[in-house]
Design a protein around this ligand. Sequence first.
Ligand code: HEC
Ligand code: HEC
Length: 185
Amino acid sequence: MNDPHARGNNKGAARCPLRGRTRPLGRPCGTGLTALAALLVCSVAFAQSPNFDAMRGRTPVADETKPPLLTNPENKDLRRERAYSMQPPTIPHKIDNYQVDLHVNACLGCHSRGRAAVTQAVAVSVSHYMDRDGNFLAEISPRRYFCEQCHVTQVDAKPLVGNRFVDVDEVIKQAVAPAKPPVKK
Ligand code: HEC
Ligand code: HEC
């Protein structure tokens, strides 16, 4: 896991001898000295853990963060490359006022199999008609009904957290690259 917040917390928990120990009923909580030592170890461990994560910034966990300003989604009609084949593609158009609720699904008004020819929108793929047991349904599967659960509009934003993801194309390219000739000394 790359989440510094989680790592920090785990470190604290592992080192803190008081965590996860239950006191037997009717017995005092250890001797004064062990309690003091434990407290000391705990506070040192917590002082070391940064207690912030990359998404929240330095705002303490108990406080609310100041949300960043909303940005307008891009509306360029340009499909972005998918990072991997099963990535839900990002939405290359605005979706303001496209209602999706119990009664209407504005997205399907353009993206359903039956509407794609009229609207020239990309028809939802077969996976969207499949239930969780792999059966194909005549209508969109309930688990694919709320499109925005998986598909997001495009914005010009930097990733909030760093990652070392490498595209499979790059992995293959490296694997088949001819081995470098040994360096002569
Ligand atoms: C008025 C018709 C229309 C509506 C309504 C609509 N779309 Fe689209 N959508 C399109 C068209 C046309 C494209 C092809 C690219 C373009 O022109 O923007 C597209 C492209 C997409 C793509 C990219 C597909 C790919 O293969 O890269 C996604 C995802 C998408 N729409 C999701 C949605 C979602 C989710 C909604 C509802 C919130 C929605 N669309 C509502 C017409 C529509
Ligand atoms: C549970 C997640 C999920 C939901 C909900 C969902 N999709 Fe998708 N969608 C995906 C994934 C994953 C892909 C890419 C792989 C695939 O085609 O199954 C995809 C692909 C697509 C594509 C591209 C199809 C193609 O052939 O390239 C379109 C268009 C699309 N979805 C539209 C929609 C619309 C419209 C809705 C709502 C009615 C919706 N999706 C709901 C996950 C989802």
